[in-house]
Design a binder for this molecule. Sequence first.
Ligand SMILES: Nc1ncnc2c1ncn2[C@@H]1O[C@H](COP(=O)(O)OP(=O)(O)O)[C@@H](O)[C@H]1O
Ligand SMILES: CC(=O)OP(=O)(O)O
Ligand SMILES: [Mg+2]
Length: 401
Amino acid sequence: MKILVLNAGSSSQKSCLYELKDVQSDRPLQPLWEAKIDWTHQQNVSELKVQTAAGSQLEEELASESRQAAIYRMLETLWKGKTQTINNLNEIDIVGHRVVHGGQEYQQSTLISPDVKEAIARLAVFAPVHNPVNLEGIEAIEKILPNVRQIAVFDTAFHAGLAPATFVYPGPYEWLENGIRRYGFHGISHQYCARRAAEILGRDLADLRLISCHLGNGCSLAAIGGGVSVDTTMGFTPLEGLMMGSRSGSIDPGIIIHLLKRSDLTAEKLDNMLNRNSGLKGISGVSADMRQIVEAISQGNERAQLALDIYIHRLRAGIGAMLASLGGLDALIFTAGVGENSPIVRAAACEAFRFMGLKLDGDHNLQSPIDADIATADSAVKVLVIHTQEDWEIARECSKF
Ligand SMILES: Nc1ncnc2c1ncn2[C@@H]1O[C@H](COP(=O)(O)OP(=O)(O)O)[C@@H](O)[C@H]1O
Ligand SMILES: CC(=O)OP(=O)(O)O
Ligand SMILES: [Mg+2]
């Protein structure tokens, strides 16, 4: 069974082709072909990188192309040129898509139909950075493979079991009746990491209390007890919670009332302000990219330092909140772009939890090992760096259809 996966994040478009021989297979397989478009590279220039299991590689700049055209070019490298992996598009049996917001209707992976597409489009108002690009991926596939089955794998689904006290906002009760509630996101990644953590620790997932820190361009934490999400930092939209690359995370809603009363702020301007021009980017004035923040700090940039300090403060506070929801902790997991690659962020986050016997092995942390425990042998809590495999998790969901 050949499964094509499209995973659209806010700063990247990833894609993989897997061949599943054993449907029960649980360990991540190496994809036959994998591609990534990085939108953050430069203004109007995106970078495409492709590699195949057979060892071919390709790198090219996609200058000022539309997102649709860039996705098409990425997919073309599957059947054309030096990274060609299949002879015929019809070899693809099924296509899985990451869809960020599934609302109340979609609490598990779903075969995409016109109704499902309509719901994804409708829910785009709640995930304006994500659902529209997820839909673009679905439509790109419809054009080149009109008859293939497409599956939506929702980022919200993993959090479907949150308790009412966790998911209901203390606003007017009508909010809840109108679907205004906390949903939680990054569920595909949190779900994969929880299972992988149990494997690395050689423990049964049912017996573990985990906090998964997904720190990418978007950032969220999940408190996972017995394999189930019991709390998370993102809410109604992927804007709540931690400070992120270009998103503010939680702020006092009174600020919005204040701004609305005093200026000509429109919903669109507010959306741009909070989703695209806040967070690390907004505070530093340098970049949403943690690598550039750290670089700017090394050159003495004080706003970059402030941005990192707020990021760490809020990350620690978020971990504290998840800790309280779980009532204890077996392992703290760091994953996604920043979580997997930034020893500075991991060390600063862990520092706050030394009081409970969490001890980081400084040298091991500096190596950013993949899928490893970076706590000392006598630490009361394990600290895991896990390479998130959202694409594999999506393929795994597709194999159930
Ligand atoms: N070596 C690194 N050190 C620090 N941060 C990194 C490093 N590599 C990547 N990152 C961060 O990871 C972010 C992207 O994370 P990723 O999970 O790939 O994003 P997305 O949310 O688009 O899926 C980048 O914006 C960058 O800040
Ligand atoms: C939900 C979300 O924030 O996703 P990403 O981190 O890919 O932007
Ligand atoms: Mg991501």
